[in-house]
Ligand binder design. Structure first.
Ligand code: ADP
Ligand code: MG
Length: 375
């Protein structure tokens, strides 16, 4: 029997004409002015010891799915069976939510640490408050977990005194401290500077080797390819492809999965080069190289097809021969997208501001905290 069976998860978000008006306030539910079907029937099976990588473009519903599985969000429909026990994701009482959460843990994109507590206190808080563990015992567990993530010597540091990578490792130690049977990770490295992702991925790889069951939303293709046992590709609220990772990457059945992979690498290449003085044409070539190597031919800026749109107010699009340099204050939209009829639309657009020493994301991007520094 599978450890975790997820069946028929549906979730819509509604928006209302008047801000702050939600169903129930006036006794009768007002009609939403628009609805967004974010999850449209997701099924997933996870075996004990599986490391499942969930890939997919921004907005495809990955975060919403993880949140629904842990009751951080209430689904409209769906069932979850964990160790043979079935939970209704749309209607669960407090007792069953608490019962499920005793077996699960969540690692967030932005760590979600208490700012006013030390690393150790962040790890032990849940044990002392929710589990009523005596402090001395909780401290011993906490130290053991900090050791496991390589941070025993940082136990008394506050989050502001730790790097992003260290903060995320504290968050992983906190997740481990509760002794979960499965850990959900929502893009655990995407808020980190590129040079700090490795230390977090190394901890996750170690957990995987020790047999921890994990469900990991990620844009790290290397992790999906080399560490995960199974890869799932989501788009528009449904799973479009899933397979053992070895097969998935050896022969992605869906061309769009391969194209998405190429798109992310193209985007990363552009981000690596974004800083004042970078030349548009160089960005164009950096992006094009990835597409060509992936077998998608040359990119056609501003057209349909496999496209890499990179535009600014000053220079409407990036094309070969555009030798203009980037300058501080310039706002760019980076929009690698796949827009052909056969592949459907896969788009990930980011708006960035060029700063004195790099760039900052202005949009809610999956990598909204990356700031690449000069040199
Ligand atoms: P992903 O994690 O794959 O990027 P999300 O699950 O965060 O996708 O979001 C899926 C879609 O649902 C997006 O279009 C997003 O704007 C929308 N969405 C997410 N949370 C909410 C919310 N609380 N209210 C309204 N819309 C939301
Ligand atoms: Mg997300």
């Amino acid at each position: 029997m599978a450890m975790l069976e997820i069946r028929g998860v549906h979730k819509s978000f509604h928006t209302y004409a008047k801000p702050g008006v939600h169903p129930g306030i006036f006794g009768r539910a007002p009609k939403p002015t628009s609805s967004l079907d974010v999850l449209r029937g997701v099924d997933l099976t996870v075996e004990k010891g599986d490391v499942v990588a969930i890939l997919g473009p921004s907005g495809s519903g990955k975060t919403t799915l993880l949140r629904c599985l842990n009751f951080l969000e209430t689904a409209d429909a769906g069932k979850l069976t964990f160790d043979g026990e079935t939970f209704d994701l749309a209607h669960a009482d407090r007792a069953s939510i608490a019962q499920l959460r005793r077996k699960t843990a969540f690692v967030f994109q932005n760590y979600n640490l208490f700012r006013n507590k030390t690393a150790l206190q962040n790890v032990t808080e849940g044990l002392i408050v929710a589990r009523k563990m005596p402090k001395a015992e909780a401290d011993a567990v906490g130290m053991k977990m900090l050791e496991k993530v390589g941070l025993a010597d940082r136990a008394d540091y506050y989050p502001r005194q730790l790097s992003g990578g260290q903060q995320q490792r504290v968050a992983i130690a906190r997740a481990l401290a509760s002794g979960p049977e499965i850990i959900y990770f929502d893009e655990p490295t995407s808020a980190l500077d590129p040079e700090l992702t490795g230390e977090v991925l190394a901890v996750m790889r170690q957990l995987a080797q020790e047999g921890m069951t994990m469900l990991v939303v990620t844009h790290e293709m290397g992790f999906a390819r080399n560490v995960s046992s199974k890869t799932v590709f989501m788009e528009n609220g449904v799973v479009v492809e899933q397979a053992p990772s070895r097969e998935f990457f050896a022969d992605p059945k869906e061309e769009r999965t391969r194209a998405y992979d190429a798109m992310l690498r193209a985007r990363d290449n552009i981000f690596r080069m974004l800083r004042p003085g970078a030349i548009f044409e160089d960005l164009y070539f950096a992006a094009m190289k990835e597409y060509e190597e992936a077998g998608f031919g040359s990119i056609l800026p501003g057209r349909c097809g496999h496209g890499m749109g990179l535009s600014t107010h000053e220079f409407p699009s990036v094309t070969k021969g555009n030798k203009a340099p980037l300058a501080p204050g310039m706002i760019l939209t980076v929009e690698p997208g796949l827009m052909s009829a056969e592949l459907g639309a896969v788009r990930n657009s980011d708006t960035v501001l060029i700063t004195e020493d790099g760039f900052e994301f202005l949009t809610n991007s999956p990598r909204d905290k990356i700031i690449i520094k000069k040199g």
